[in-house]
Design a protein around this ligand. Structure first.
Ligand code: FAD
Length: 375
């Protein structure tokens, strides 16, 4: 079968694009290397903009039904003892990726998207003029257009020879679900030398604990009592949290080589969405909202291309321009904030400044977010 569109990767961006295109009547194939349901490495904090996206995708009711946890406040601390508490501009949500990605995947299935998990894409050939062949471990598929939604770093980046994949990145992240502390309706961000750790509650009542750190932190000896690298224990609030918490996940999920490098949002005629086009630093807690938004930007242009209302060149040009307008500034601000938050003296000064000038802190929280979209 020749599909109108093939989305590679069934995370937030791939599922969202597939659902939207299916609603417009297109034949869509969604390919995922993993096997749903599955846990994914993520802070699992959903900022407010997702509400409209979830409504438009038809999953809002299910998100509420599974018990997404409302989050109203932010609490930032540093290893030097500075702290800042703020109300979030509007209610955010804590929801595990185990639930969220499954809800999205099932919604795509309900709309007759051909959804294949356990299917790893091994290469993509072709172009927008002649159409594409997508090669997988389950055979080859052809489509008029391909959406690259394969996340922050995939073996496919190397196969396609994307420039960023040649460069090493020193950032490593870990995630697990814990019990034992009650952080109520807050998202906590605790900075430590060369990294930071987020805590927020999810629908099960468990606490998502997710930290990102420079690889040198992972080479440190483990703190004797807490079982974490010693740098994390240098933040007194974070050390205290670990003293009280117990891990529920059988093991921590880890991921290395997390890159915040500038990427191409169109490459080899593949329209890249979500983290595949560019990733905001986890500190901003907005990557999922951005992934959904990038699919919303791409889909109307995809439809116009499929209807021969846009040439291949006009399609690429329009998407690149729209993507940069929406995300460029936020990505840059996110990189600066990440750079500051992993350096103890800068983090300390920054958090103290936010404490003295709460409007600055509130502005920073708002500036890394998109504007809520109409439902
Ligand atoms: C440490 C950390 C913490 C974070 N915390 C938050 C947070 O709290 N809030 C937030 O909003 N964002 C957070 N993010 C960012 C967020 O996780 C991403 O921005 C979001 O998941 C991007 O969605 P996506 O659809 O682009 O990619 P993903 O959700 O990663 O989906 C990509 C999919 O593609 C699949 N895939 C990859 N290669 C192939 C292949 N060859 N063939 C088939 N399938 C393939 C993968 O298995 C995956 O399912 C965090 C990121 C990190 C690193």
């Amino acid at each position: 079968m020749n599909y109108d569109a093939i989305a590679i990767g069934a995370g937030l961006s791939g599922c969202s694009a597939a659902i939207q295109l299916a609603k417009l009547g297109y034949r869509v194939l969604l390919l995922e290397q993993g096997n749903y349901p599955m846990h994914k490495l993520c802070g699992e904090f959903l900022s407010i903009e997702v509400t409209a996206a979830f409504e438009n995708l038809g999953i809002w009711e299910r998100v509420l039904k599974v018990g997404a946890h409302p989050i109203h406040r932010a609490y930032l601390t540093t290893s030097g003892g500075a702290s800042f508490r703020s109300s979030l501009p509007s209610t955010a949500l804590g929801l595990s990726r185990y639930q969220l990605d499954l809800i999205l995947f099932q919604r795509a299935q309900d709309l007759n998207v051909t959804c294949l998990d356990n299917t790893k894409v091994t290469n993509v050939t072709g172009n927008l003029e002649a159409g594409f062949q997508v090669h997988t471990n389950k055979g080859n598929f052809s489509g008029r257009l391909v959406l690259g939604a394969f996340g922050k770093r995939s073996s496919l980046d190397r196969i396609l020879d994307r420039p960023f994949s040649q460069k090493r990145s020193p950032w490593i992240a870990y995630k697990g679900h814990f019990t034992g502390v009650d952080i109520k309706d807050a998202i906590e961000l605790h900075s430590f030398p060369n990294g930071y750790c987020g805590l927020s509650q999810i629908e099960t009542g468990e606490i998502n604990v997710c930290w990102i750190a420079h690889e040198r932190v992972m080479k440190e000896p483990t703190h004797q009592d807490l079982g974490i690298p010693t740098s994390l224990a240098q933040n007194p609030v974070l050390a205290d949290r670990f003293r009280q918490m117990e891990r529920v996940s059988p093991s921590l999920q880890g991921l290395s080589q997390i890159s915040f490098a500038i990427k191409e949002n169109f490459y080899r005629d593949i329209c890249m969405i979500g983290d595949t086009a560019g990733m905001i630093t986890p500190l901003c807690g907005d990557g999922m909202a951005m992934a959904l938004r990038s699919a919303e930007i791409a889909v109307p242009l995809v439809a116009r291309f499929l209807e021969h209302q846009l040439t291949a060149i006009a399609f690429k040009h329009s998407y690149e321009k729209a993507w940069e307008k929406e995300f460029q500034t936020r990505l840059q601000l996110g990189r600066i904030m990440h750079h500051c938050f992993v350096r103890p003296s800068l983090a300390h000064t920054g958090v103290n400044l936010c404490q003295m000038l709460p409007n600055l802190g509130n502005w920073l929280i708002g500036a890394t977010r998109g504007k809520p979209q109409p439902i």
